[in-house]
Design a protein around this ligand. Structure first.
Ligand SMILES: Cc1cc2nc3c(=O)[nH]c(=O)nc-3n(C[C@H](O)[C@H](O)[C@H](O)COP(=O)(O)OP(=O)(O)OC[C@H]3O[C@@H](n4cnc5c(N)ncnc54)[C@H](O)[C@@H]3O)c2cc1C
Length: 453
């Protein structure tokens, strides 16, 4: 492909697509290589029983930067709908609105949880003065208090990442706990029913329409897409194009370079672990299961972390009237016991888990399962070192840029992924080479991303 392309983008998730669109619109010759037959990566949609579904609950957050939202609104028109959030969280056998809302909390919060949280709030100035260990568990306890830490964050962390909260880095706190402090949590709760977090953007036809629209625009701007094209170790990466934008996990990018990579970099890349997830879709022969879009289930005894009903995320006349689909997100280690269960057995696991959570027992007419290995980066204490090692190695390669959630081992949302891709494109010169200083500055700015749930 040498000489044909200025830019080769590896992976057609939101970050790769935004990079391809930005580069093509700047007149560069772009090729996108994607292993799947469709675009969108984790943020793509597909059809089950005549209905478009996503890879777990996906919403475009209102925190999306205006310049990104403008592009999407332009591409999707009226199909991009502003929706009101309607979720619930199960705590100590009770349902509370999620995002949390003051009146609902007063009515439904378990009394011991409410009393503990208020006591912790009063004591928060004292906690703030004491030094905290550099772990997720310690930072959550210091900022939000032991009650919320013990009853929510610690069990939820173990459930999602499969690791004790005390083994996770404090960086996870900064990136994932958007409230940041007890006062921040109170502010969020007070604004819960009316503030920005009360609504979200979602396109008719499934979340994947965002990526499809960006891919169509990139094609219109001249980018070439090669779907079903897996980039494998041994590929002559430098020969693909003047610049290669990899959105693949670090270990996969490093593996492309084979023996050229120093052993410590190879080891650093493989030490960055991901937690996987099994997504279990239940097709129900009824128009609607509940009126809620998502149910959050932090209880560690329940294998499902979140249940979503895609139909409730949109107002879409194309959705079948008499059936609905549920998606249960079950965090799991690739190759572990849950991962290896048959689809039928996983269907039973989920049906029982939902009933045990106080939800109506679903009666699926069909079960579809997707097993996804690279879902959650696991921020073990000290993960920053191997990540920096991989990034330094990449920065030393003239042709290579690491971009996006997988490549930069970030928990980021779709709007962050789109912003990273768009920023990468602005760092390309007219001849396709990278302005390294501009890219280093842009990359630093990504460290400020905070994930919205
Ligand atoms: C369960 C879940 C829920 C989420 N909910 C939300 C939400 O509500 N809101 C939100 O904003 N974000 C959400 N996200 C995050 C969102 O999905 C990601 O931020 C986004 O998809 C990241 O885009 P990306 O392009 O960086 O990576 P990816 O989407 O992972 O794309 C990487 C691409 O690279 C391709 N690839 C990998 N290896 C190769 C290879 N060897 N050759 C060719 N191609 C390859 C993959 O197939 C994939 O298409 C959620 C994520 C998960 C897992």
């Amino acid at each position: 492909m040498t000489g044909h392309f200025d830019v080769a983008v590896l992976g057609a998730g939101p970050s790769g697509l935004a990079a391809a669109l930005g580069a093509a619109r700047r007149g560069l010759r772009v090729v996108v290589l994607e292993q799947a037959q469709t675009v969108g990566g984790l943020a793509s949609s597909f059809e089950i029983a005549g209905q478009r579904v996503d890879h777990g609950s996906h919403r475009l957050h209102v925190a999306t930067p205006p310049e990104i939202l403008r592009v999407l609104a332009d591409l999707l028109g009226e199909d991009l709908q502003l929706r009101t959030r309607n979720g619930r969280i199960r705590m100590d056998g009770r349902w509370m609105a999620f995002p949390l809302r003051p009146i609902d909390l007063i009515r439904h919060a378990p009394p011991s949880l409410a009393a503990g949280a208020v006591r912790d709030l009063v004591l928060s100035p004292l906690r703030a003065r004491r030094p905290a260990a550099d772990t997720f568990a310690a930072r959550v306890r210091q900022a939000l208090g032991p009650t919320i830490a013990k009853r929510f964050y610690e069990p939820y962390a173990r459930k999602l990442w499969g690791v004790d909260a005390g083994e996770l880095s404090s960086e996870l706190f900064r990136r994932r706990v958007s409230a940041g402090s007890a006062a921040g949590l109170v502010r969020r709760i007070v604004r819960g029913g009316t503030g920005p977090n009360a609504s979200f953007w979602y396109p008719r036809g499934g979340f994947g329409r965002i990526s499809e629209a960006v891919a169509d625009a990139a094609t219109d701007a001249g980018a070439e897409f090669r779907l079903g094209h897996q980039v494998v170790p041994g590929t002559d990466v430098a020969a693909l194009a003047t610049t290669v934008i990899s959105t693949l996990p670090g270990a996969r990018t490093v593996a492309l370079y084979g023996g050229d990579v120093p052993t410590d970099v190879r080891e650093a890349s493989t030490s960055l672990e991901y937690r996987g997830a099994v997504l279990v879709y239940l097709v129900l022969a009824e128009p609607q299961y509940t009126a809620f879009d998502a149910h959050y289930l932090p209880d560690p005894r329940i294998p499902v972390a979140r249940l979503s009903e895609p139909k409730n995320y949109r107002d879409d006349p194309a959705d079948p009237a008499s059936t609905t689909v549920l998606c249960a997100e079950v965090p799991a280690d690739p190759g572990g016991a849950l991962w290896n269960k048959t689809d039928e057995a996983l269907g039973h696991v989920v049906v029982n888990a939902l009933e045990r959570s106080g939800l109506p027992r679903p009666h699926p007419v069909k079960v579809v399962v997707k097993r996804i290995p690279n879902v959650y980066p696991v921020y073990r204490v000290g993960f920053e070192r191997p990540l920096a090692g991989v990034e330094q190695w990449a920065a030393g390669r003239r042709e290579l840029m690491l971009v996006g959630r997988q490549a930069l081992f970030a928990h980021d949302n779709t709007h962050h992924a789109l912003a990273m891709g768009a920023a990468a494109a602005t760092c390309l010169r007219a001849d396709g080479t990278v302005d390294r200083l501009a890219w280093a500055t842009a990359r630093e700015s990504f460290r400020a991303h905070v994930v919205e749930d």
